[in-house]
Design a protein around this ligand. Structure first.
Ligand code: C2E
Ligand code: MG
Ligand code: MG
Ligand code: MG
Length: 283
C-alpha cells in the first residue's frame, strides 16, 4: 500500500512537472509576441525620502496581461525571458515606456522625479545597451540624472566588458543601484570597484523587522558598509510603521513599500503624487 501510494505520488509529481514544463514552453513562445500584441504594461511604485517627506522617484515594474493565462507576474516570466533572450526586447520596451511616462509627468508639472528601471545582466552584455539608453533619453528629452538602473548582484559577477559599460553609463549621469542587496554574493572588493551610487536592501531583510534581531543587525551592517562606500540606501518592502521606524532608527531614509503605495498604472500617478500626503502617512 505504501509503495503504491509512493508510486502514485511520483505520478502526481511527474504530472506537475509536465504541467510546469508545458506552461514554461507556452510562456516562452508567447513572450516573443507579447510586446507586439500590446500585452505588456509598466506600473510604477513610489520611492519616498523620509528627510524631505517627498517622493524622490518611482520604480518601473513590468506586468504581462496574457489573454488566456491572465496576469503573469514578472517573477514568473522575467527569468524565462532572460534565458530566451526575449529580455533584450522587453527591457528596451520597459525603458522606453518609462521615459515616455516620465516625459508626460514632467510636462504635467510633476516635481522632479527619478525613474528607476530594472535591467537584467543579459541586457548589459549587449555592447549597444548604453547607446540605446542615450538614444532613449534623447528621444524623450530626459536628463540623465532622472534615470536610475537597478541591477541585481548576480549581474555584477559579469566580465570587464559589462563593468566598462556600467562605468560609461554612470559617467553619463544615469544612476546605478544594486537591487535585492544581500541576496547575491558580491565580494566586498568587487563592491568597492563598482560604479554604483545606491543599494536597495532586499525585502527579505525588512519583512521581519523589528522583531528579528538578526535582520536588525544585517540592516545595520548594510547601512554601515554603505556609509563607508558613500552609497545611498533604499529599503524595499516596507509595509508597516514598525518596520519604518526601525529603518529610520538605523539611518535608512529612502523607503519603498506598500505602506506608501502598491505599484500603480501610470495614468494614476500624476494625481497620486499631487494628492498623497507623505507627512501624514509618516505619522
Ligand atoms: P524588484 O526589482 O526587487 O522589485 C520590487 C518588488 O517588490 C516588486 O514586485 C514590488 O511590487 C514588490 N514590493 C514592493 N513593495 C512591497 C511591499 O511592501 N510588500 C511586498 N510583499 N512586495 C513589495 P514585482 O512587481 O512582482 O516584481 C518582481 C521582480 O521582477 C522585481 O523585483 C524585478 O526583479 C523583476 N522585474 C520587474 N519588472 C522588471 C523589468 O522590467 N525588467 C527586469 N529585468 N526585471 C523586472
Ligand atoms: Mg528593482
Ligand atoms: Mg529589489
Ligand atoms: Mg526584490
Amino acid at each position: 500500500e505504501a509503495k503504491r501510494r509512493g508510486k502514485n505520488r511520483y505520478c502526481i509529481y511527474d504530472f506537475a512537472l509536465a504541467m510546469e514544463f508545458n506552461e514554461r514552453l507556452r510562456i516562452e513562445r508567447n513572450l516573443k509576441q507579447a510586446i507586439r500584441k500590446g500585452e505588456l504594461a509598466v506600473e510604477f511604485q513610489p520611492l519616498v525620502d523620509l528627510h524631505s517627506a517627498r517622493v524622490y522617484g518611482v520604480e518601473a515594474l513590468c506586468r504581462w496581461y496574457h489573454d488566456e493565462l491572465g496576469m503573469i507576474p514578472p517573477d514568473r516570466f522575467i527569468p524565462i525571458a532572460e534565458q530566451s533572450d526575449a529580455i533584450v526586447d522587453i527591457g528596451a520596451w520597459v525603458l522606453r515606456e518609462s521615459c515616455r511616462e516620465l516625459r508626460r509627468w514632467m510636462d504635467a508639472g510633476v516635481p522632479e522625479l527619478v525613474v528607476s528601471v530594472n535591467v537584467s545582466a543579459r541586457q548589459l552584455t549587449d555592447s549597444s545597451f548604453s547607446e540605446l539608453l542615450t538614444a532613449t533619453l534623447t528621444e524623450f528629452n530626459i536628463p540623465a540624472a532622472q534615470i536610475e538602473l537597478e541591477i541585481t548582484e548576480t549581474a555584477l559577477q559579469a566580465n570587464d566588458h559589462v563593468l566598462r559599460q556600467l562605468e560609461h553609463i554612470r559617467k553619463s549621469g544615469v544612476g546605478l543601484a544594486i537591487d535585492d542587496f544581500g541576496t547575491g554574493y558580491s565580494s566586498l572588493s568587487r563592491l568597492k570597484e563598482l560604479p554604483f551610487d545606491r543599494v536597495k536592501i532586499d525585502r527579505s531583510f525588512v519583512r521581519d523587522l523589528p522583531q528579528d534581531a538578526n535582520d536588525i543587525e544585517i540592516c545595520r551592517a548594510i547601512m554601515a558598509l554603505c556609509q563607508v562606500l558613500h552609497l545611498r540606501v533604499t529599503a524595499e518592502g516596507v509595509e508597516n510603521h514598525d518596520q519604518l521606524e526601525m529603518l529610520r532608527e538605523l539611518g535608512c531614509c529612502c523607503i519603498q513599500g506598500y505602506l506608501f503605495s502598491r505599484p500603480m498604472r501610470p495614468e494614476l500617478m500624476a494625481d497620486w503624487l499631487q494628492q498623497a500626503d507623505i507627512r501624514a502617512m509618516l505619522e
